[in-house]
Design a binder for this molecule. Structure first.
Ligand code: TXA
Ligand code: MG
Length: 470
């Protein structure tokens, strides 16, 4: 048995992040992967690739080997929701590397990515609980994470599920993620690949911003299709609960329940719904009271990650849930009411240092606003973070000229979901002090009833310093 000293030193060193890694991005799109292959087919394809002279095939092999051996830092990989930071879910020291690289609180459990339901049952030696049978048949692969009791002879490292008697599993839809799981032939524990407190990454470049020097490999599968994380559900509770809203909507779960005649038609909300303003300070500190929709009260959130304030940009985000307001009028009103007058400032330089930079994140109405002049020709437009950013100036009486950046996130919630995290990162890159974000309307389109809407609203409210709703 290890001595007390040995145990202590292991614990200390295993939580130190790597600091001098040579971080490389490997483009997976060059490997011609098919969308719907079986585990064996992906594994065969992987063996073909590493024997070939395809550029980067050796780097790919190194990335997969570092997952398999578990003695290197975690590997970032694409999924359809957001990028993950992966390590072998059966290897405790490798899992510690994830917590270290992210600066993640050690009480926050990780989601384990598997290739299929069969893969999961092979690993646990047990069938998944019956409540999930039809659900995963319909929604896996996809943005759905289910909580399963920790199996009797669990092969999973304990630090994957700190303080929990359940483990969250999902089968990602992304071909790149399932290829990686099959190539490594391992269950891959993977939280979102951002530094704790930052928006989840939806491109390989975002991962690089946060993880440069801390990991060796970022596998690049392009921009994520969904853009918000998976929906985490607890089917072991009666009624079943949504612990985190995400890419699979509550409406889809209810519809599933109705068409299969099962308990999902009664699925309840098991996360805190923000109604008012949330302080911007205290990232990664527990925020707010916790309650289950209805009468039940919980002392602690059921998904530990939900108690942390996430996704906050550096500037002050004002979320506008008022449908009749125009950004221009709102900005004028806001600055005239709250900002110090700049009239008395002496030089142009002084004023330009004081004048804040403002971002407008436009969704349903603002992206078609007539009252607001973007004036692209006079001021310009650039592509940042694969988002179109228009720049303009706004003259505020007695305050000078504000620098304004306008980013259209899209009119419907699934477009907003895809662009939101990237836009929040862009606001930081542009050093915006104020961000006026329009909450999207729950619009129905192509029979897609406000898909992702609750997830988008939850992310926006979490990022907000204040909410304008009257
Ligand atoms: O879409 C996703 O889910 C992404 C991609 C990479 O798959 N992953 C992700 O992981 O968002 P992470 O670690 O950032 O968020 C996991 C969430 C946290 O809120 C965590 O507390 C919760 O799921 N969770 C994980 N296991 C749990 C468990 N056993 N019981 C309760 N909550 C759990
Ligand atoms: Mg996360």
């Amino acid at each position: 048995m290890a001595s007390r000293n040995q145990q202590l030193s292991f614990r200390e060193t295993s939580f130190l992040p790597y600091t001098n890694c040579n971080t490389r991005i490997i483009d997976l799109k060059q490997f011609d992967l098919l969308e719907h292959s079986s585990e064996n087919e992906y594994r065969t394809r992987y063996l073909e690739i590493i024997k070939s002279s395809t550029p980067n095939s050796q780097l790919l092999q190194s990335a997969v080997q570092s997952l398999v051996t578990g003695i290197a830092p975690p590997v970032a990989f694409p999924t359809e929701t957001v990028y993950g930071l992966g390590a072998d879910a059966t290897n405790a020291p490798a899992i510690s590397g994830i917590f270290a690289a992210k600066g993640r609180p050690s009480d926050n459990p990780l989601i384990v990515h598997v290739a299929s339901r069969e893969h999961l049952e092979r690993l646990t030696g047990e069938a998944i609980p019956e409540i999930y049978h039809d659900l995963v048949r319909e929604h896996w692969p996809g943005p759905l994470t289910i909580l399963v009791p920790v199996p009797k002879n669990s092969p999973f490292a304990k630090n994957v599920h700190p303080g929990q008697n359940t483990i969250g599993f999902r089968v990602p839809l992304s071909r790149y993620a399932r290829f990686l799981i099959s190539a490594a032939d391992r269950p891959i524990a993977g939280p979102s690949a951002n530094s704790s407190g930052k928006p989840s990454p939806t491109t390989a470049q975002h991962v690089k911003e946060d993880m440069s020097g801390k990991i060796n490999f970022i596998l690049d599968g392009g921009s994520c299709d969904v853009g918000v994380e998976s929906t985490v559900v607890d089917g072991l509770h009666d009624p079943p609960l949504i612990l985190r809203p995400g890419g699979l909507s509550r409406q889809s779960l209810i519809e599933h329940g109705k068409s299969f005649g099962n308990a999902w038609q009664h699925v309840a909300i098991g996360y805190k719904q923000h109604e008012g303003s949330i302080p911007t300070s205290g990232r990664d500190t527990p925020s707010g009271e916790w309650h289950l929709n209805g009468n039940l009260e919980y002392d602690a959130p059921r998904a530990p990650g939900m108690k942390y304030k996430h996704y906050a940009p550096q500037g002050r985000l004002i979320l506008v849930e008022k449908t009749d307001s125009r950004p221009e009028a709102l900005i004028r009103e806001f600055f005239q009411a709250t900002s110090p007058k700049l009239n008395g400032s002496s030089s142009v330089e002084e004023i330009s240092q004081i004048i804040p930079k403002v971002a407008i994140l436009a969704t349903t109405y603002w992206s078609t606003t007539e009252g607001f002049e973007y004036d692209e020709l006079a001021n310009g437009s650039a592509n940042l973070n694969s988002l179109q950013v228009r720049t303009t100036k706004l003259q505020i009486h007695g305050h000078g000229e504000l620098q304004v950046y306008v980013i259209a996130l899209g009119q419907i919630s699934s477009d907003v979901a895809r662009n939101l995290f990237s836009a929040l990162r862009t606001c930081d890159v542009l050093s915006c002090n104020y961000i006026f974000a329009e909450a999207p309307q729950r619009i129905e389109k192509d029979g897609n009833e406000g898909r992702d809407w609750e997830a988008v609203m939850e992310r926006m409210r979490k990022a907000a310093s204040e909410i304008v709703s009257m």
